[in-house]
Ligand binder design. Structure first.
Ligand SMILES: Cc1ncc(C[n+]2csc(CCOP(=O)(O)OP(=O)(O)O)c2C)c(N)n1
Ligand SMILES: [Mg+2]
Length: 342
């Protein structure tokens, strides 16, 4: 039966300094590599945006633990449904950085075949991918496959009709789905307090008849452990799980946003001091798994991936501008025809 979370304790691993069963030194380092790659992607993207090399960009600084921790708990066959906040999650499935940079450059080469990576398109409309993920998960179950799906969305998305439809459908059909809510406590400038009267978003799970788990979203191992449990339950026929990962958004919503007019700067500072990559690095160092040379090598490798990624993206010829209209009209309006674009 579903449990009431009631805003209570968050699940944690790093602060308790405990180990997670089944994770050896190699797996722990792979997880770190993934986090550093995501962090590097994000920090470089902000620079590329300022240099005019990519368009408006949704920053995910501080969300790396949620993304890497959950993806590492999946099998390669499991399907990922990202929102714009998880735009670079395909990197963890071997997608080239150039492909994602193309997406942010508005280039058609930024759209991949989802079946190549089992990563769906980046979803910008809030929560509309939740029913897609529920449908895919249900379809896999009908086919007798062991595959499950994970849908990523924010706290604001839980107020959307599409979230409700997808969550209810997945529960009724007992679809093997993980509903992963990144609760960064802001939907652009709307705070969580204006989003819901629920004591905890995980409590919503009760209404759908599924388990709800609350976890420290800055703790990569807690996220990993909680997602693994949800995935195991899904594969065993136990249906969907709602997973609420709690953080505080420590960066602007996107490059077009100025949070100084609405956010609590002290909490931002606190979140930045307690950021997830540094927290995990400290854990690995305490356990003798990470040291300076290895850390430098991992960071350099990620930087090199980004250097090669932006070079490849910029080497791609510009697309034909008329492509924008290709699938928009059966009969193009006269002004487009006159302009030679129809
Ligand atoms: C259907 C829809 N309505 C409104 C928007 C505009 N919009 C873009 S991001 C955003 C906030 C979403 O906040 P949240 O779900 O908490 O996700 P976060 O950005 O914090 O990851 C909104 C309202 C949109 N993209 N789609
Ligand atoms: Mg949010």
């Amino acid at each position: 039966m579903a449990q009431l979370a009631h805003g209570g304790e968050l699940r944690r691993v790093l602060d308790e300094d405990r180990e997670v069963a089944g994770l050896g030194e190699q797996e722990l380092l792979e997880l770190y590599r993934s986090m550093v790659l995501l962090r590097t992607y994000d920090e470089r993207s902000l620079v590329y945006h300022r240099q005019g090399r990519i368009g408006t960009y949704a920053i995910f600084w501080g969300h790396e633990a949620m993304q890497a921790g959950s993806v590492h708990a999946l099998a390669d066959d499991d399907w990922i449904f990202p929102s714009y906040r998880e735009s670079a999650i395909g990197l963890l499935r071997g997608m080239p950085a150039a492909t994602i940079l193309h997406w942010w450059r508005g280039h058609p080469a930024g759209w991949w075949n989802p079946a190549d990576y089992n990563v769906a398109s980046i979803c910008v409309p809030i929560a509309t991918h939740v029913p897609h993920a529920a449908g895919l998960a249900w379809g896999k179950k009908l086919k007798g496959e062991q595959t499950c799906a994970i849908a990523y969305f924010g706290d604001g998305a839980t107020s959307e009709g599409a979230f409700h439809e997808g969550a209810n459908f997945a529960a009724v059909m007992q679809a093997p789905l993980v509903l992963f809510c990144n609760n960064n406590q802001w939907a652009i400038s709307t705070p969580l307090s204006a989003q819901t009267r629920a004591a905890a978003l995980a409590d919503k799970a009760v209404g759908y008849g599924m388990p709800g788990i609350r976890v420290d979203g800055g703790d990569v191992l807690a996220v990993y452990e909680a997602t693994r449990e949800a995935v195991e339950r899904a594969r065993a026929g136990g249906g969907p799980t709602f997973l609420e990962a709690v953080t505080y958004r420590a960066a602007p919503h996107a490059t077009a946003d100025d949070p100084s007019v609405y956010i609590d700067e002290e909490r931002v500072e606190e979140a930045r001091r307690n950021e997830c990559v540094g927290r995990y690095a400290a854990y690995l160092r305490r356990h003798g798994i990470l040291h300076d040379d290895l850390d430098a090598a991992i960071r350099n490798e990620a930087l090199e991936t980004m250097r090669a990624g932006i070079a490849a993206a910029e080497a791609e010829p510009d697309p034909d501008p008329s492509l924008v209209f290709d699938h928009a009209y059966v009969v193009p309006p006269p002004n487009l025809r006159e302009g030679g674009l129809g």
